[in-house]
Design a protein around this ligand. Structure first.
Ligand code: AMP
Ligand code: GLY
Length: 422
């Protein structure tokens, strides 16, 4: 099989690393990819997320399957574009059609869906310019802190949590006046839930599903979960508090009703569902849906999957996933993200990354890197994820941290307390 993988982060390098282990693979193309994927496949420069150029490339290069990493092309309808095109409709896309991707593309859609199918989530109220006074009244009826969410995609920045009612009202006005562009034409106000978060992933063919290993990611830039939100500074899988009893509740109350709900809505969902969950007094609630894998969660989840992933993806395409059984590495996987100093604020790019060849007993996933003139350079905020296995979390982290000291680039920063709360 020839496979085209879309994306450029650590997530995509981790997915690519599994795909190349498949006995069914002939050639792997990645667009745009990074310096890590260039080592294991062929990076292709196409107009970013341009459906026509992706389609043309797929035809010209006899691509048999497209695997989509990020949400944006899915929310914009890449899977629909393939299904509706005579020359492309037989090339399966791993990633949902637009109607399914709305679970991530619209918070209001996701909340309505959860209420309709009785899936536990925070209480909410959706506001537009037309009912802003009702929005103020809803805020007034709640206790601090106040959670405001832009309805649409806002590059991970669309959630604002405030402690003061006047600030919350001002923020609501600012969001509705275009603070996040059209993404905040609608704003979802939510009840604040206090608990511990985790990420649960399923792969579904629209009929059946497999639950992948769960993970916990560390979103804040500073130790002890302080400072600004980032894309994610590290991750651990499995999550000890996601015990059998808890995961049974997750499956019965959240996973199954979501899959069944999508069926009832006549949405043929083929791809990943990422449940951003919070455990409150032992009970799971959905904080958000994503329609893709998480990053950096993929860097700990995918290495634990022992299956031939192209067999899983083919089963998604053929709707035979019910016949597949996951085989999971029992060991603990941890990943530590090396980031550019200054991230998630301003930071410089283009620094040479040294000592990648000196890493032992860890897997290096490239996130924001490029290769120019044979030199690997930093090209983003999150630069390198270092994944290690261990019998325990401590053993795995020790190994990731050993290599975090070895890999070097100017202004390198990483959190030294990944997994501190597990
Ligand atoms: P999101 O962009 O939806 O992942 O939200 C970003 C972060 O905001 C989440 O990871 C949570 O930590 C926090 N958050 C979102 N919704 C709530 C909520 N209803 N209660 C408490 N925290 C929340
Ligand atoms: N790590 C969280 C995300 O991928 O959205």
């Amino acid at each position: 099989m020839n496979v085209l993988l879309i994306g450029s982060g650590g997530r995509e390098h981790a997915i690519a690393s599994k795909i190349i282990q498949s006995k069914h693979l002939d050639q792997l193309f990645i667009t745009p990819g990074n310096a890590g994927t260039a080592n294991i496949g062929v990076n292709i420069e196409l107009a970013p997320y341009n459906f026509e150029s992706i389609g043309k490339f797929a035809c010209a290069n006899r691509v048999d399957m497209v695997v989509v990493g990020p949400e944006e092309p899915l929310v914009n309808g890449l899977a629909d574009y393939f299904l509706q095109n005579e020359r492309l409709k037989n090339i399966p896309v791993i990633g949902p059609v637009k109607a399914g991707a709305m679970l991530e593309g619209s918070k209001d859609f996701a909340k309505e869906f959860m209420v309709k199918y009785n899936i536990p989530t925070a209480k909410y109220f959706t506001v537009t310019q037309n009912n802003i006074n009702e929005g103020f009244a809803f805020l007034q009826s709640m206790n601090a802190p106040y959670v405001l969410k832009a309805d649409g995609l806002a590059a991970g920045k669309g959630v604002v949590i405030l402690n003061n009612i006047d600030e919350a009202k001002a923020e609501l006005e600012a969001m509705l006046s275009g603070k996040f562009g059209s993404a905040s034409n609608k704003v979802v106000i939510e009840q604040f839930l206090k608990g511990i978060e985790l990420s649960v992933f399923v792969l579904t063919d629209g009929q059946s599903y497999v639950i992948l290993p769960e993970a916990k990611d560390y979103k804040r830039v500073g130790e002890g979960d302080t400072g600004l939100n980032t894309g994610g500074m590290g991750a651990v899988s499995p999550v000890p508090f996601a015990n059998t009893e808890f995961m049974h509740k997750v499956e019965q109350r959240i996973v199954i009703p979501t899959i069944e709900g999508l069926k009832k809505e006549n949405i043929k969902y083929k791809g990943f569902i990422f449940f951003g969950l919070i455990k409150v007094d032992g009970e799971p609630y959905v904080i958000e849906y994503n329609v893709r894998m998480g990053d950096p969660e993929t860097e700990v989840v995918f290495p634990r999957i022992k299956n031939d992933v192209l067999e899983l993806f083919q089963a998604v395409a053929n709707e035979t996933l019910a016949n597949q059984k996951l085989v999971i590495d029992e060991r603990v996987a941890t990943t530590v993200m090396l980031v550019s100093g200054g991230y998630p604020g301003d930071y410089k790019k283009g620094y040479e990354i040294n000592n990648l060849g000196k890493v032992q007993n860890s897997i290096v996933f490239h996130a924001g890197t490029t290769l120019n003139d044979g030199i690997v350079r930093t090209a983003g905020g999150r630069v390198i994820a270092i994944t290690s296995f261990g019998k325990t979390k401590e053993e795995a982290l020790l190994q990731s941290y050993k290599n975090a000291e070895i890999i070097d680039f100017k202004d390198k920063y990483f959190r030294k307390d990944i997994g501190f709360d597990l």
